[in-house]
Design a protein around this ligand. Structure first.
Ligand SMILES: Cc1cc2nc3c(=O)[nH]c(=O)nc-3n(C[C@H](O)[C@H](O)[C@H](O)COP(=O)(O)O)c2cc1C
Length: 293
């Protein structure tokens, strides 16, 4: 997840049992223009393997050239993003914008599979909007083009994050292809994990928002049952990872949203936020006081 699933956070998720790491999505244009932030985005620890670099773009040529550069950093697989709904991505025909051009998806996936020896996977939404649900067509195109695994987010581009994710299309995709299918969308609790497996028959589950401030979900531990101390210790550990990785100044900015999620839990409902933050780490407290809100 852009802005969240960086190396400091993913390594914690892995310690709690996440099976695969995907980088935050990577703009292939930025790779070719050698934007320095890309190096942070593709950094990973050996303990994270298998790790996939998730890429997006709208030009086959550019995607291949960027992936050639990224390949030098030894990912275990490349994942093609066909799900991003952001206007600046989708309206230029990248991310979920490609769902309107299935044959272009075939072209890109075939080129990636042909060019690289590592597995190529893809993640997609179930269509552009409700009048153009083409998830079976997309799944089959990806499989025919050589994709090793696909992940399905049960919403259209038009829905963004509105309305509950549909899980029936995940089941339909699972029944339509023979490659592994990962289900995604609105898995928030341990019960949801079991339910998605049962309802869809999918091979794996991708957890997004519910993991923010809650890496315990990968161990099927209910965060609500943890003590304040356990949560505060995790905050300190995560903060240290972030500070080591980015340096204090940037870490202070980036860690705030994680901190807010860690503390959004009934165990901390009655306590003053500032007091909690100070308990978690005085340095974070200091930084937050100095940040514009
Ligand atoms: C802040 C944010 C950033 C995201 N960034 C990415 C991304 O870089 N790549 C991607 O495939 N999906 C991204 N997503 C979508 C999630 O991976 C996921 O498909 C979606 O949130 C639904 O799953 P969930 O209900 O488990 O969150 C992002 C979602 C959010 C909220």
């Amino acid at each position: 997840m852009d802005g969240f699933s960086d190396q400091p956070f993913r390594t914690i998720c892995r310690q709690f049992g996440s099976a695969i790491s995907y980088t935050e999505f990577i703009n292939t244009t930025d790779v070719l223009q050698k934007h320095p932030y890309i190096l942070k985005r593709i950094a990973f620890q050996e303990t994270e393997r298998p790790v996939g670099f998730q890429i997006y773009g709208n030009s086959t040529d550019e995607i291949i050239k960027a992936a050639e550069i990224l390949d030098d950093y030894s990912p275990d697989f490349f994942d093609l993003n066909l799900g991003c709904s952001e206007r600046h991505v989708a309206s230029r025909g990248a991310g979920s914008g490609l769902l309107r051009f299935p044959e272009k998806i075939r072209e890109i996936m075939t080129a990636l599979v042909t060019h690289f020896h590592i597995p190529i996977t893809a993640k997609f939404r179930i269509g552009w909007d409700k009048t153009s649900l083409n998830y079976i067509e997309i799944a089959k195109i990806l499989e025919d083009s050589g994709a090793s695994m696909i992940a399905v987010h049960g919403r259209t581009r038009d829905q963004r994050w509105r309305e509950p994710a549909l899980w029936q299309p995940i089941e339909a995709v699972k029944n339509a292809v023979s490659i592994p299918v990962i289900g995604n969308g609105d898995v928030r609790t341990i019960e949801d994990i079991n339910e998605m497996f049962e309802q869809t028959g999918c091979d794996g589950i991708m957890i997004g928002r519910a993991a923010i401030g809650n890496p315990w979900i990968f161990s099927r531990i209910n965060k609500n049952e943890l003590s304040q101390t356990e949560i505060l210790e995790m905050i300190s550990k995560h903060w240290k990872n972030v500070e080591d990785f980015y340096g204090r100044e940037k870490a202070l900015v980036l860690f705030r949203k994680h901190l807010k999620s860690y503390l959004s839990t009934p165990q901390f409902a009655d306590l003053e936020l500032k007091q909690l933050i100070s308990a978690a780490d005085p340095i974070i407290a200091l930084g937050i006081e100095n940040q514009p809100s």
